[in-house]
Design a protein around this ligand. Structure first.
Ligand code: CAA
Length: 248
C-alpha cells in the first residue's frame, strides 16, 4: 500500500464510528493515531488486526473533556515523533433523558465531552498545522444537532455547537491550507445506538426513509474523502449522511 506520509489523529478511535474512521484513514495510506478514554482500553482486538495487516496504528489515552489532558497528549505525541495533519474530533458520549429529569451532571458531562473537546483537542494541534500550511479538521456532529431529539437537550445543544465551531474555525484558517468540516451522521449500527431501548430504537428506524441504521464504514468513507487532497475546496461544510432521516 502507498503511504501518504500524513498522520491522522482520531479521538475515540478504539470503537464504534471512530474505529471505522481510523480503519478508512489507514486504508487511505495515512499513519493513524487513535485515542481512548483513560481506563477504557478496548482497542486491542482491532489493533492486532491492523498490525497484522502491516498498518501503523499508535494508541494513546486522553480525556478529551480536560484541556490539561489534551495538552499532555500533544506533548507526548511530539516527544514520540508524531505530527498530526488530519484531526478527527470523534469522541463523544450521550446521557439521554428529558430535561425535566436531567441532572446537572448529565448536562455537564455531555457538553464537556462533546463540545468542550472541540477546543481542547483542536487547540494544541492547530499551531503546528498552521506552520506546515496543510491540515484537515473533521468534527463529528450528529443529525440531532440540527434536527433536535426528544431526550437529548444536552447532546443536541453540544452537536449544534459543533456546527458553529466548525464554521468559525473554517473562516479563520481558510487561507492557510487547512479545511474544517463537520459530518452529521444519522443513527448507526454502533454500541451507542444499540444501547437505546428496543422499542425506542424500532420507532426511530421506522422514521428512516431507507429503512435501516447506517453502517459506520459508510460515514468513514466520507471522512476519508474530507481528509484527502481532493477535498481542498470543501470547508465550513456540515455534511449530512443519515439515510434520508433529515427529511422525515
Ligand atoms: N416525540 C414525542 N414524544 C415522545 C417521543 C418523541 N420522540 N419519545 C417519547 N415520547 C413520549 C412517550 O410517548 C411517552 O409519552 P406518555 O408519557 O404520554 O406515554 C413519554 O414521552 C415518555 O417516553 P419514554 O417512555 O421514552 O420516557 P423515558 O423517560 O423512559 O425515556 C428517553 C426517555 C431515555 C429520552 C427515551 O425516550 C429515549 O431513549 N429516547 C431516544 C433518545 C435518542 O434518540 N438518543 C439517541 C442516542 S444515539 C445518538 O445520539 C447518536 C446520534 O448522533 C444519532
Amino acid at each position: 500500500m502507498i503511504q501518504s506520509g500524513r498522520s491522522a489523529l482520531v479521538t475515540g478511535g478504539n470503537r464504534g464510528l471512530g474505529a471505522a474512521i481510523a480503519r478508512a484513514l489507514s486504508d487511505a495510506g495515512h499513519t493513524v493515531i487513535i485515542t481512548h478514554t483513560p481506563g477504557n482500553e478496548q482497542p486491542v482486538a482491532w489493533l492486532e488486526r491492523q498490525e497484522y495487516q502491516g498498518r501503523k496504528v499508535a494508541v494513546y489515552g486522553v480525556d478529551v473533556a480536560d484541556y490539561e489532558s489534551t495538552e499532555a497528549l500533544a506533548r507526548q505525541l511530539h516527544a514520540d515523533g508524531h505530527h498530526v495533519d488530519i484531526l478527527v474530533n470523534n469522541a463523544g458520549i450521550t446521557r439521554d433523558g428529558t430535561l425535566h429529569k436531567m441532572d446537572k451532571s448529565a448536562w455537564d458531562a455531555v457538553l464537556r465531552t462533546d463540545l468542550d473537546s472541540m477546543f481542547n483537542v483542536t487547540k494544541p494541534f492547530l499551531g503546528p498545522m498552521l506552520e506546515r500550511g496543510w491540515g484537515r479538521i473533521i468534527n463529528i456532529s450528529s443529525i440531532n444537532g440540527s434536527r433536535g431529539q426528544f431526550g437529548q437537550t444536552n447532546y443536541s445543544a453540544a452537536k449544534a455547537g459543533v456546527h458553529g465551531f466548525t464554521k468559525a474555525l473554517a473562516l479563520e484558517v481558510a487561507r492557510k491550507g487547512i479545511t474544517v468540516n463537520a459530518v452529521s451522521p444519522g443513527y448507526l449500527n454502533t454500541e451507542m445506538v444499540m444501547a437505546l431501548r428496543e422499542d425506542v430504537r424500532a420507532r426511530i428506524v421506522e422514521g428512516i426513509p431507507v429503512g435501516r441504521l447506517g453502517e459506520p464504514h459508510e460515514i468513514a468513507a466520507l471522512v476519508a474523502f474530507m481528509a484527502s487532497d481532493a477535498a481542498a475546496f470543501m470547508t465550513g461544510s456540515n455534511v449530512a449522511m443519515n439515510g434520508g432521516h433529515h427529511m422525515s
